[in-house]
Design a binder for this molecule. Structure first.
Ligand code: FES
Length: 102
């Protein structure tokens, strides 16, 4: 379904980036977005909606739909398609509405 661009193939020659996705260790390619890393890991749903808790996954891959929201390093509402993976990143599925801090 998804195909890597030529530039991404070249970046694949570089050392992998190790992240944690929903508690499991995963190697990603440098230059991948979090959303791409999720797809590469076989994870299609990255959050559950706030009201009905329906699973959602990255859709537009260009920062428009906000269906790719994930929790990264404990910070909720991060756009997976607009965030590049980095070594040691902890990516978690976002469940429901995030907590609002006063
Ligand atoms: S996939 Fe649409 S905003 Fe990220």
């Amino acid at each position: 379904m998804f195909k890597r661009l030529e530039e991404a193939r070249r970046q694949a020659q570089a050392a992998p980036v190790r992240v944690i996705i929903n508690g499991a260790a995963q190697e990603c390619r440098q230059g991948d977005t979090v959303a791409a890393a999720l797809f590469a890991a076989g994870v299609s749903a990255c959050r559950d909606t706030a009201v009905r808790e329906v699973p959602r996954g990255p859709y537009c891959m260009m920062g428009v739909c906000y269906d790719c929201l994930v929790t990264i390093d404990g910070q909720a509402n991060q756009q997976g398609c607009m965030t590049l993976v980095r070594e040691g990143m902890n990516i978690e599925r976002q469940a429901g509405a995030r907590k609002v801090q006063a």
